[in-house]
Design a protein around this ligand. Structure first.
Ligand code: DC
Length: 225
């Protein structure tokens, strides 16, 4: 049978990389929900909208088209912003707008509509707890702040080719963002009661993917009901 898979966890734990790989292996569609908060932040910054002005950000969202392609490109109102949404500035701004209740309601609704059918792997902060509460497999993916900072530095330099801070600054930013994401009032990041926790600090990408596949496999063999 086809199922839905939810992957939550702190920033730079490898959620997107793992979700992409698993989606490919299963022939499923990967939805990176963080990209939607990042697009919201990018547009608000560009338009000079204050990131805590909830009514203004919501009005802006009413006229905002966010498209995620199956190969991981991100389009904001038709413009490819895949690299631009990954800067350190927009990372923090995304965390800021993600605190807003109505912004979350708008984006969660879009995410639930996108994944109405089965066969989706969604990664974010509230997928197992809010967006896809009935996902058959829920993963809570973590890693130490140091391991995550190293990965983020590598990704910024080698893959995205965008300007980046030094390792120590990135680690501090990651910790600040985790704190904000875990302590906000609306849908804070937390492990769903029925999620399986995987610490990826000392695991390779393939090892994490294999563990997830082992959790998914029993469902693949089941008949549709
Ligand atoms: O996964 P990411 O680093 O691209 O996410 C960017 C920010 O968006 C993150 O700081 C928290 C927020 N976010 C969220 O609140 N809920 C989600 N489902 C995904 C991301």
């Amino acid at each position: 049978m086809r199922i839905n898979i939810a992957i939550d966890g702190p920033s730079a734990a490898g959620k997107s990389t793992i979700a992409k790989l698993t989606a490919k292996r299963l022939g499923y569609v990967h939805l990176d929900t963080g990209a939607m908060y990042r697009c919201t932040a990018l547009k608000a910054v560009r338009e000079g909208i204050s990131l805590d002005d909830e009514p203004a950000v919501c009005r802006m969202l009413e006229n905002t088209d966010i498209r995620l392609t199956p190969d991981g490109e991100v389009f904001l109102d038709g413009e490819n912003v895949s690299a631009e949404i990954r800067t350190d500035e927009i990372s923090m701004a995304a965390s800021d707008v993600s605190k807003l209740k109505q912004v979350r309601a708008d984006l969660v609704k879009r995410q639930q509509e996108m994944a109405r059918a089965k066969g989706f792997i969604m990664d974010g902060r509230d997928i197992g707890t809010v967006v896809l509460t009935d996902a058959e497999v829920k993963i809570y993916l973590t890693a130490s702040a140091h391991a995550r900072a190293l990965r983020r530095l590598k990704q910024n330099k080698e893959q995205l080719n965008i300007s980046t801070s030094d390792l120590e600054t990135i680690e501090k930013e990651i910790e600040a963002r985790d704190y904000q994401d875990m302590h906000r009032e609306n849908s804070p990041l937390r492990k769903a009661d029925d999620a399986v926790e995987i610490d990826s600090s000392d695991l390779t990408i393939d090892e994490v993917a294999d563990r997830i596949y082992a959790l998914v496999e029993p469902f693949l063999l089941k008949e549709e009901n």
